[in-house]
Design a binder for this molecule. Structure first.
Ligand SMILES: Cc1cc2nc3c(=O)[nH]c(=O)nc-3n(C[C@H](O)[C@H](O)[C@H](O)COP(=O)(O)O)c2cc1C
Length: 438
């Protein structure tokens, strides 16, 4: 049986599923029930220095829902903990004492001055917590006060504060990054330079969830006035995966431990983050929407997957997909695929034809012998995958890779099977002559 236990920076947990710093981890009552449900660890809701913050009393959340009303994305305008530092510290110490086999990491956000960090770090360390996570990511409210994302958007600040934490605290330091930045590699590199033991990402994305067209006011709003919030949940997973991969394959940060966050709600999501280099994953929205018990499906699903594939430990497949992530210019232009429509399962809705006809390459028929009939015209198909992506029937449209020696009916070229990348490709007007490629 696969062993899904995790050892992240020396912080051990029975599984890699941690609850992210957020309402599910904001008090002992929640965290204890999360541990009873099986979560491997928590990152405690972000602590600050008293006087503690005051949250709005009114809608803090907004949702983006799919047609079946399932929550796809969640927007929030909540601040860090609104409970006192003393109460949080007392509860953290008790939880860690009572749950020694679980990971208890404490998220911290204080003003960007040395004295504030020097003050809070020993207090957190005294709780017996396993590590600290620096919240450089909160994009609303706290960032207007020069904290959270306001720090995470300035690599020099990240490096400076990380150094203070390494200086005034002996616990592992995880730097939590904001996605509200153009290139995630710069803050990650800064964390690395500052001595961070790991990075975690992503925090939430700046967002306005919608507009109430009757009131002509953004939503959610507090008595008529609103403020942008932070977006998370399933919808942000692709953004998070890309940022994780960018850090995992960057020359300066390659090998740095990563805790993956953003849209994890199933074992499969978690496995994807692990395959792109993460040692643990953190979950917030899925727990808020479905409750703590979802971790059981995550645990059994990950175990089954690893058993089927013969992975004994998480490290056996951690980062395995990273070498497949590259720059566009290195993609193989000798690889050709064509869509194939399975006539047995086709329900003749015509969506593939419409999409291809109106917006792509006019490569799908619509009528044959006077009847609805959808078939790929190989001589027009560029293999873009739009038809397969929008087809409502699973596996009805698949992609077939042409074998070496086959002729691409669209270009008339024989598929060679050689790997030709765009850097040297003759069709590339900016091609580097092959002789100059290192
Ligand atoms: C209501 C709410 C409050 C949050 N509060 C914090 C916080 O105090 N500190 C923090 O680092 N992240 C906070 N987050 C961000 C989450 O920890 C997480 O990074 C983000 O939600 C993405 O994960 P998800 O897609 O699983 O929700 C909060 C998120 C939500 C929805």
């Amino acid at each position: 049986m696969a062993d899904i236990s995790s050892n992240f920076l020396g912080i051990k947990s029975p599984n890699p599923f941690w609850l992210a710093s957020a309402p599910p981890t904001d008090k002992e009552y929640n965290v204890v029930r999360a541990f009873e449900a099986g979560w491997g660890g928590v990152v405690w809701k972000t602590l600050g220095i008293d006087p503690h913050v005051v949250n709005v009393s009114g809608p803090r959340y907004g949702t983006l829902r799919g047609p079946d009303r399932r929550v796809i994305g969640l927007n929030n305008i909540e601040l860090i903990t609104d409970r006192t530092l003393a109460i949080n510290l007392e509860e953290i110490a008790r939880v860690k004492r009572n749950w020694p086999d679980r990971a208890v990491v404490v998220s911290i956000m204080v003003p960007c001055d040395e004295a504030s960090w020097k003050f809070i770090l020993p207090l957190v360390e005294q709780t017996g917590a396993d590590g600290i996570e620096l919240n450089f990511g909160c994009p609303h409210g706290m960032s207007e006060r020069g904290m959270g994302a306001a720090v995470g958007q300035v690599p020099e600040y990240i490096e400076m504060v990380t150094r203070w934490c390494k200086q005034y605290c002996s616990l592992p330091v995880i730097v939590k990054l904001t996605p509200n930045i153009t290139d995630i590699r710069y803050p990650a590199r800064a964390a690395h330079r500052g001595g961070a033991d790991a990075v975690s990402l992503i925090n939430t994305i700046n967002s306005i969830i919608g507009v109430d067209l009757d009131a002509m006011a953004m939503s959610p709003n507090t008595g008529g006035m609103g403020s942008h919030g932070g977006y998370c949940g399933t919808a942000v997973k692709p953004i998070a995966l890309n940022m994780v991969a960018e850090i995992a394959r960057d020359g300066e940060t390659r090998g740095m431990p990563i805790s993956g966050i953003g849209g994890v709600s199933t074992w499969r999501d978690a496995a994807e983050f692990i395959a792109l280099g993460c040692g643990t994953v953190q979950v917030c929205t899925a727990a808020m929407v479905h409750g703590f018990s979802i971790v059981q499906d995550m645990i059994s699903g990950l175990e089954n997957f690893m058993d089927e594939r013969g992975y004994r430990t998480i490290d056996d497949f951690r980062g395995k997909a990273v070498p497949t992530v590259t720059d566009w210019r290195y993609l193989n232009l000798n690889h050709v695929e064509k869509a194939v429509i399975d006539q047995e399962s086709c329900i003749k809705c015509g969506k593939c034809h419409i999409a291809c006809e109106d917006t792509s390459h006019q490569a799908i028929t619509s009528i044959k012998n006077g009847e609805r009939h959808y078939e790929v015209k190989e001589e027009e198909c560029v293999g873009c995958n739009l038809c397969a992506s929008i087809c409502p029937v699973e596996n009805c449209i698949t992609m077939r890779a042409l074998a070496p020696g086959e002729v691409d009916l669209r270009t008339g070229r024989v598929v060679s099977g050689d790997y030709a990348n765009w850097t040297t490709h003759p069709n590339n007007p900016m091609a580097t002559p092959a002789s100059e490629v290192a």
